[in-house]
Design a protein around this ligand. Structure first.
Ligand SMILES: *Cc1c(COP(=O)(O)O)cnc(C)c1O
Length: 366
């Protein structure tokens, strides 16, 4: 069996570090806040080369709180890619704004800047730049558009730990950027966790206040916030994992390179592109074929697990049925029938990659 994700094998490879981290938090009863949260925030900020990091409850809250902290005009329009996890859109509505879907690029599957421009109205206030699958958005183009139209950019880095654009880590381009540490993410906790990163100190302070009931002192609150704090156990686990992250991401790149070599030039199969000016985080390795479901079934019959990210473009979800934004001309409406995620991660050996690749080749008659 070739697994799509194997959290247990990762745990076994770092068991001692993780077990010790967990027992230290329990020993100190530092369940909310405390040293592990502060240490992790500092270490993660350094890791992504940003001055400030605020740990929060999960990646969805991170987006919602970041948007709220920007203080945008209420009920403004925010542009979201039509192919993403629902959080990228949900956080917009939950923070009192309106979702406007834009198309994604046919090669990188990230926001298509030309289509973003078409969706801008006088009510537009921001763009959610989702670095989907670990490939950074075209931040040069998006930054130019944002400057011209006075829009904020929030980067959704939930899938892009370790990815860089023109040598800069993702998360350093927008006014705020968010990460998820959901267990299956490239850096995953053992429960829910997330973070907001920013270079804007005032914004970081506001995010921290919103996430902690608008608190300014014990039982003293400047405004109504919410409860979305990073949990001490999760912070300690993330801190124990962080020293391994670079190696894990390098391994993902090796896996991707092996797939690229083995699966090159198969007619009817598009491999993920990696633009010259980016370093891909390869959270997912997503191929595209008109025979997607057939290929997934074939691989499953060979005991190879795959995933679909995502089976329904966001505008097609019932949650957005009232938006009337399903536009058959949008590439996202085709992509959801053609994209297939092959296994990738530190649990795979290059031998496993060869097994998957050989099965894909066999399926295409090669
Ligand atoms: C996982 C994910 C999120 C949400 O993160 P959670 O921690 O699960 O709330 C947001 N955006 C994208 C693109 C994601 O993949």
């Amino acid at each position: 069996m070739i697994k799509f994700l194997d959290l247990h094998s990762q745990y076994l490879s770092i068991k001692q570090d993780v077990d010790e981290a967990i027992s230290n938090v329990i020993r100190d009863s530092a369940f909310i806040g405390g040293a592990s949260c502060t240490f992790f925030e500092t270490a993660f900020a350094t890791w992504c080369e940003v001055p400030f990091c605020v740990g929060v409850g999960n990646g969805t809250d991170a987006l919602e709180i970041a948007i709220e902290a920007l203080g945008l005009a209420p009920n403004s329009e925010i542009i979201v890619p039509g192919n993403s996890f629902i959080s990228s859109a949900e956080a917009v509505t939950r923070s009192g704004h309106r979702v406007v879907f834009a198309d994604v690029d046919r090669r990188t599957y990230t926001l298509d800047p030309a289509n973003v421009v078409q969706k801008i109205t006088p009510r537009t206030s921001a763009i959610i730049a989702v670095h989907l699958y670990g490939h950074p958005c075209d931040m040069t183009a998006l930054a130019t558009i944002a400057a011209q139209h006075k829009l904020e950019i929030v980067e959704d880095c939930a899938q892009a730990h370790g990815a860089t654009f023109k040598g800069r880590h993702v998360g350093t381009f927008g006014r705020a950027a968010t990460f998820s540490f959901y267990p299956g993410k490239t850096l995953g906790a053992y429960g829910d966790a997330g973070a907001v990163v920013t270079s804007d100190e005032g914004l970081a302070k506001r995010v921290r206040k919103i996430a902690n009931h608008g608190r300014i002192g014990k039982y003293d609150h400047e405004f109504e916030g919410r409860n979305s704090r990073l949990d001490g156990l999760q912070a300690a686990i993330l801190l124990a994992k962080l020293p391994h992250l670079k190696r894990w991401i390098e391994h993902r790149r090796d896996v991707a390179a092996r797939y690229a070599q083995k699966l090159a030039r198969i007619e009817g199969l598009e491999l993920p592109v990696c633009e010259d000016w980016v370093e891909h985080g390869y959270h997912l390795f997503v191929v595209r074929t008109g025979r997607r479901d057939e290929l997934a079934d074939y691989l499953s019959s060979k005991d190879i697990q795959t995933g679909i990210h995502y089976p329904k473009a966001l505008p097609k979800l019932q949650a957005y049925s009232a938006h009337g934004q399903v536009d058959e001309d949008m590439f996202v409406n085709l992509a959801d029938r053609q994209l297939l995620s092959l296994p990738i991660g530190e649990h795979l050996s290059l031998g496993d990659v060869d097994i998957v690749s050989d099965a894909v080749c066999a399926f295409f008659g090669r």
